[in-house]
Ligand binder design. Sequence first.
Ligand code: ADP
Ligand code: MG
Length: 231
Amino acid sequence: MLRIENLHAYYGLSHVLRGISLDIKEGEAVSLLGRNGAGKTTTLLALMGYLKPRPGVIEYRGRDISRLPPYIISRLGIGFVPQERGVFASLTVRENLTVAARGGKAGLWSLGDVYKLFPRLEERRDNRGNQLSGGEQQMLAIARALLLNPSLLVLDEPSEGLAPLIVEEIIKTLRGVRDNGLSILIVEQNIKVAFDVADRHYVLSKGAVCFEGGTADIKANDAVVKQYLGV
Ligand SMILES: Nc1ncnc2c1ncn2[C@@H]1O[C@H](COP(=O)(O)OP(=O)(O)O)[C@@H](O)[C@H]1O
Ligand SMILES: [Mg+2]
């Protein structure tokens, strides 16, 4: 479904991604792990078209998407939940959702469906973005991405800064949509979330993949866990 090969990226003269390769099959949930500054967000920004690969291959369902702008990539079916969540502070929950849905293709997800997924959002539908808790903002960001009816959902540290109970709810939700056939690429620093949501993991260090394997493979590898995941 997704193939990234030998991806390099720069911020100015700073060579941040140094040959990342990864792939995701249809229906698979995959995580990208690694310490702060390893290059996780940069990888997602390149995938979503915010940063040009120099060089590198990014193919989605057999099509080269590496030179396409973000809105086209999103229309092709890759939904993005950014690290900073991107909720419009002055719009209500409902407005945030309807604005997002306009740009997408018709499909599985309706406003009613995302309210069913996150009842809290329906209760808060007339509240503005800046009145929401961190957890509610994260739910809104995920709901908004789903309304675009993606085939691949890409999330950057969805658990960051959230209370444990909310993290559990996010995990349950992501497992639910995954079990319904949605593919997932999740970036996490919280390895419990990554292990609960994804089956296969890539560990990044200094802009390159230093380990790749299933959940059991990583759990069994103390050196990787200590050195690259900091736990
Ligand atoms: N806008 C930027 N300009 C320059 N350097 C950046 C920028 N964003 C990130 N970096 C650097 O790129 C590296 C990778 O960052 P990032 O992809 O955000 O890491 P992660 O998401 O894994 O924490 C870090 O060394 C970071 O300091
Ligand atoms: Mg990051």
